[in-house]
Design a protein. Structure first.
Length: 592
């Protein structure tokens, strides 16, 4: 084997790993938020969890990515530990699909059909189709499909290059002697685990073994322990990802490790015990890439069939490894787990759900703050203050998370969601601030004994109803991502502006006639400012949703376009204006 063969081997390895990486990421991206919706379903039975894990891993071609997601879900409280176990087992079986794809290169035959099934023959065509989709189409989904095809073609090209580069090794005695040593089960398992731990992908390490099998120097006796070790080595990714998580998430990574270690012990013990009595002839035969795929699949299926009924035992083992501390407070879950960024679409969905939680806190806090202006309650006021702190924490947490998330490669839809969230969370936080201001104004009303007349209560009641309406509509359109509902917010904001102006005019008239007190004037101004600003921030959120979708960020131009001769806007404005009218004052001259 010359130095140029070594260069070819390294180049082939680089192409193989790069192709696997870009294909896997493109598959994850195309799957999008469906991954989370599939994985976070209530896996109330181990068998259902196994099916979900197998399906997702077969789609994204990475058991490591599936397991890391599971660790993130458990850490976020989205999934319980017992639900995660079946998914982890399914992921181990799902990852064997890659080995079967790679084994297609070993297909032999002279017929046209057989030749077409060989990756070396059809992958160049896939690469050509892929580059056309990637370069000459505007659809993001088609570009994604093109990336998957290119990634697969690059992967297979690397596989072919590696196989060709190592072919001279079939006559090298030193190379054969290395794999003879790996017939020792302990050495073989260690070699497979170390290789997989380094590249953090059992699919890739199995693929490398399949490429080396082209030399004919690797026998079943040496391949089987190496494949067992590769299944253990893949656990390193989940173990690393669990660092810094809560105990349940770390237990999930230990379940993955124990599943593979116990499986390897059972499989190797059973295999070598049978060999001692039956003396398998094939153990000294050269292994092919198809044989490797068969062994890989057989191991994972056998281990799953044996351990799936004992999933509670694996859970207990994880709890024995990381026992509960009765004196320790219950661990808090972090919904925005950075590990979920391994699959950006999942992280985007988590961020959106968290922003929805923030919006609901804002909605409830505003209603409670408004109620304080009609009747003071110290306990409720403290609750409003605590909720305001929670809203601020949500904004800080979401802002940091979204900035990190925006640095990942996102689909057009996910990018729109991130941009909308970045605009919206600051406006929700400001609405929360004004709810806190309203509560402080209510405290002033109580401390200074400010009295409201029936006319004043009527005016503020109408305005409060309109403000509650616009906040409700804004949060609903935000949570539903409904641009039609978002279009109804701005006309209502205009009505609220008109109500505020009219209340101010009425107040000035009463002030001039001596029917209003200075104390009420100060309180009224504070309330009107808060209500008007709340409506403004609702408008900001709705406009941001629409503008992000249009890829336009000229808010003033949009608002001018919306209000200038827009019949639909005018109709909505008149509808809301008719709904929020002041009742006629029954007794003129009543002191406020």
């Amino acid at each position: 084997m010359s130095i140029f063969n070594v260069f070819s081997l390294l180049g082939g390895l680089a192409l193989f790993l790069f192709g696997m990486d870009i294909m896997g990421k493109a598959l994850e991206k195309q799957a999008g938020g469906d991954l989370e919706r599939i994985l976070s379903k209530m896996t109330d039975t181990p068998l259902k969890g196994f099916g979900l894990g197998l399906l997702v891993t077969a789609i994204i071609q990475s058991s490591s990515a599936t397991t890391v997601m599971v660790v993130g879900f458990v850490n976020s409280g989205i999934m319980k530990l017992h639900q995660a176990i079946g998914i982890i087992m399914g992921a181990n079986v799902g990852t064997t699909v890659t080995a079967w794809l790679l084994s297609m290169s070993a297909i032999d035959g002279s017929s046209m059909l057989v030749q077409l099934l060989k990756p070396s023959n059809f992958s160049p065509l896939l690469a050509f189709i892929g580059i056309i989709l990637y370069m000459f189409t505007k659809s993001e989904r088609k570009k994604g499909v093109g990336t998957i095809l290119i990634g697969f073609a690059v992967l297979m090209s690397g596989m072919e290059t590696m196989s060709a580069a190592v072919e001279p090794l079939k006559d090298a005695q030193w190379f054969t002697s290395i794999f003879i040593k790996f017939q020792n089960p302990i050495l073989g398992v260690l070699a497979g685990a170390i290789l997989t731990g380094i590249i953090q992908s059992s699919s890739a390490s199995v693929g490398i073994l399949q490429a080396l099998s082209a030399t004919g120097a690797i026998t079943f006796g040496s391949a089987i322990p190496i494949i067992m070790g590769q299944n253990i080595g893949t656990c390193i990714t989940a173990m690393i990802s669990s660092i810094g998580t809560n105990k349940n998430a770390r237990r999930a990574s230990f379940v993955h490790l124990y599943f593979n270690i116990i499986g390897v012990i059972i499989f190797l013990t059973g295999f070598y015990t049978l060999n001692a009595f039956l003396h398998f002839d094939f153990i000294t035969e050269a292994v092919s890439s198809v044989n490797i795929a068969i062994v890989h699949t057989t191991f994972n299926l056998t281990t799953t069939l044996i351990l799936l009924p004992f999933n509670t035992v694996l859970e207990k083992l994880a709890y024995l490894t990381l026992p509960e501390d009765p004196q320790q407070e219950e661990e808090q879950f972090s919904l925005l787990d950075v590990r979920l960024m391994e699959v950006p679409a999942v992280a985007v969905d988590r961020a959106f759900i968290t922003a929805g939680d923030m919006a609901e806190i804002v909605r409830m806090n505003l209603l409670q703050a408004m109620s304080l202006t009609h009747g003071w309650d110290e306990a409720l006021a403290q609750k409003v203050a605590r909720a305001e702190t929670m809203i601020d924490q949500h904004e800080d947490m979401l802002g940091t998370y979204l900035v990190q998330l925006s640095q990942h490669e996102l689909t057009r839809e996910d990018n729109h969601v991130v941009n909308t969230l970045l605009h919206a969370i600051s406006d929700f936080e400001r609405i929360g601030d004004y709810a806190d201001n309203i509560a402080e104004t209510a405290r002033t009303i109580r401390e200074k004994g400010v009295a409201f007349s029936d006319a004043a209560l009527d005016e503020l009641g109408v305005l409060e109803g309109a403000v509650q309406d616009i906040v409700g509509r804004t949060i609903d359109c935000f949570e539903k991502k409904d641009l039609y509902l978002a279009g109804k917010v701005e006309p209502l904001e205009e009505v609220i502006d008109g109500l505020v102006r009219e209340i101010k005019l009425r107040h000035i008239a009463r002030l001039q006639s001596g029917q209003c007190t200075i104390e009420y004037g100060f309180v009224l101004d504070d309330l009107l400012t808060s209500y008007e600003r709340i409506a403004d921030h609702c408008s900001n959120i709705a406009v941001a949703m629409i503008e992000v979708e249009r890829n336009s960020f000229d808010t003033h131009a949009y608002l001018n376009e919306l209000k200038d001769g827009n019949e639909k806007f005018s109709q909505r404005y008149e509808k809301y204006r008719a709904r929020y009218l002041f009742a006629e004052t029954k007794e003129e001259g009543t002191n406020e």
